[in-house]
Design a binder for this molecule. Structure first.
Ligand code: ADP
Ligand code: ADP
Ligand code: ZN
Length: 217
């Protein structure tokens, strides 16, 4: 299956992506995780991306599209993939379509996790992430088993530099201006399905699971 996840920052895309990837055996590809890894390793890409990410702005399309092209040409994406955080602009969506057309494949579904703005700030400021495996936790809503340690790999959890109140508000504004148009874009192609992201994490997954089972090939 070829899946993209849409939804505002803090909707629960990363959290659900981990479960979907495990259940359906498809690689979870998060552009945010790829950027954070490059920032930690201080690569040229990481140094450039950090300038934008710290302000809550999008990384320029050219850079982002090249990363995704490279990643989707990997052998492990042959039978499907789950994109989390890409596309974020209609231009990125068009670039994905061109790439898949060239490969003779196409998207199966764009899954929108719907969460109203008033839920987002508390989710983001309480978020703690593992920079090693990308797992995401919440101090109240989804605490790790051992305080400050990742359940999956045992590494230290950190608060992301861009999960501050000011940056979160900027990111939501940018989501509304630049990413929300993708909802209509995929709806017009009859690829859009939406789930209520305000439910508990397990219930959101159950909703997603039944949609994916119904389209599984
Ligand atoms: P969140 O899960 O909070 O929505 P991500 O981890 O997906 O955040 O992304 C973190 C940041 O990385 C974004 O705020 C943005 O600056 C940058 N980024 C991630 N994906 C993209 C993309 N597809 N296009 C442009 N910038 C991106
Ligand atoms: P995104 O990738 O869309 O930015 P995350 O998956 O990182 O979102 O989730 C953002 C924060 O909200 C994390 O701290 C996560 O533990 C928490 N979270 C995710 N889904 C839910 C939910 N359904 N209810 C409450 N908190 C949630
Ligand atoms: Zn981890």
């Amino acid at each position: 299956m070829r899946i993209i996840l849409l939804g505002p920052p803090g909707a629960g895309k990363g959290t659900q992506a981990k479960s979907i990837s495990n259940k359906f055996f498809i690689p979870h590809i998060s552009t945010g995780d790829i950027f954070r890894k490059n920032i930690t390793e201080k690569t040229p890409l990481g140094i450039e991306a950090k300038k934008h990410i710290d302000k809550g702005h999008l990384v320029p399309d050219k850079l982002t599209i090249d990363i995704i092209k490279d990643r989707l040409n990997n052998e492990d994406c042959k039978n499907g993939f789950l994109l989390d955080g890409y596309p974020r602009t209609v231009n990125q969506g068009e670039a994905l379509k061109t790439l898949l057309d060239e490969q003779g494949s196409s998207l199966d579904i764009a899954l929108l996790i719907k969460v109203p703005r008033e839920f987002i700030l508390s989710r983001m400021t309480g978020r703690r992430v593992c920079l090693t495996c990308g797992a995401s936790y919440h101090v109240t809503f989804n605490p790790p088993k051992a305080a400050g340690k990742c359940n999956v790999c045992g590494c230290d959890l950190v608060q992301r530099a861009d999960d501050t109140e000011d940056t979160v508000n900027e990111r939501i504004d940018i989501y509304e201006a630049q990413t929300q148009p993708l909802i209509k874009y995929y709806d017009d192609k009859n690829l859009l399905s939406a789930v209520d992201g305000t439910q508990a994490i397990d219930s959101v997954f159950e909703s997603i699971y039944s949609i994916l089972e119904s389209i599984k090939k």
